[in-house]
Design a protein around this ligand. Sequence first.
Ligand SMILES: Nc1ncnc2c1ncn2[C@@H]1O[C@H](COP(=O)(O)OP(=O)(O)OP(=O)(O)O)[C@@H](O)[C@H]1O
Ligand SMILES: [Mg+2]
Length: 449
Amino acid sequence: MKPRILIVEDERTALKALSLLLSDEGYQVLKAETGEEGLRLALREQPDLILLDIRLPDLDGLSVLERLRNGPCKAAVIIMTANSTSSNAIRATKLGAFDYVSKPINDEHLVVLIQRALEYRALEKALRDLHTNATQAPNIPNIVGHSLSMQEVYKLIGRVSSSGATVLITGESGTGKELVANAIHEYSSRAQGPLVKVNCAAIPDSLLESELFGHEKGAFTSALTRRIGRFEKAQAGTLFLDEIAELPLGLQAKLLRAIQERVIERLGSNTPVPVDFRLITATAHDLNGEIAAGRFREDLYYRLSVVTIALPPLRQRKEDIPLLVQRFLSRSERPITLREDALEKIMAHQWPGNVRELENTITRAIVLAPGGVITPECIQFHPHSAGSSRSRLDNISFRDGYWNVIRKVEEHLLRAALEEARGNRAEAARLLSIHRRLLYQKMEEYGIR
Ligand SMILES: Nc1ncnc2c1ncn2[C@@H]1O[C@H](COP(=O)(O)OP(=O)(O)OP(=O)(O)O)[C@@H](O)[C@H]1O
Ligand SMILES: [Mg+2]
């Protein structure tokens, strides 16, 4: 069936031109010249997409949009505006518009945008249906963003969830890798089964093996009872191995065997236990680099990366920021507004810590907001991300308070060691006499990369 598009536009010539263009493209076109008429048609005809002019004789486009969103209409909405101020655009996306185009309209751009919006809507619907078919899911994976690159991600999630394929999720820290892993599990046929997560960087090497594979009583001195490992716990479900680059080489070989043969052995036992799991792994590191350095098995990499989902850093999809901000603001318990100049400050930032950094910044801003209004002063970036490549010790005062001083010193130490080690983390950890894991943890805490 042809997708149906409703055009709401008061200028006759523009309406006619758009209508011709879209019917040429094979769409079924509905037309309205006022906001009220548009609303009526939208409800009665349930179009797939609405092209909505902002300036209309009766109601303005944004209030039409607001009323549409409060009603049962599920159409994707693209706003048309003559003066594309960011405030209009932001208000429109806040109200749930898919995107906006500025007049004069570029036909090719519009056609592509419409295709994209329709695809996105279809995918959203497919995911929703899948979801309502499954029984109540408590932690619905809420991935926000409609940039082109995120739409690619949604498509991949949709495609892989229905298969049992092994998935590797890559992306900088804070880009949402865990969120994607959750979504794949939730939308898969294994959603009723367990989702078992193991962060390979968080468990000391000496414990990781028995954590993953389990052990029999007496397998080693401290093995007082039998213990079921995570592979077995993931039976009929999904096993998510986070920070996979941190898996020691010995365990990489064991993991490879578990994937190939679908059996494991508990430590201290030779009895193979069949395991039925879907494997998802994630890493913020470049695995090819790890392979080149001899720290990661190439054969394992091929097994893990049957499907790879690469999450783009936030700075490459800034158009997603307003939606994300909106999402994080909606968690506030008191009414809160974001001043436009504060949003501009947010948009200008590069977000090295990606969505997690944005989330933390907004959470902090909500607390700081005087009278519930977020001003640019409430948007405080991490000292590192504000552009200073090195923290400075010379202007520290005890008046900053104990913990602030400690943090500054700690950050300074980390940066100095990393610089000395020319970015080699293993070397930096050695210089500081701390464990590599602690270094990673601290680097993340301070947004150092
Ligand atoms: N697209 C998104 N929409 C909404 N929230 C998001 C999105 N991406 C990330 N977040 C939020 O940002 C935070 C970080 O996400 P997540 O833990 O999935 O990142 P990650 O890639 O696993 O990071 P790391 O490598 O540091 O573990 C979470 O609180 C998550 O809910
Ligand atoms: Mg993670």
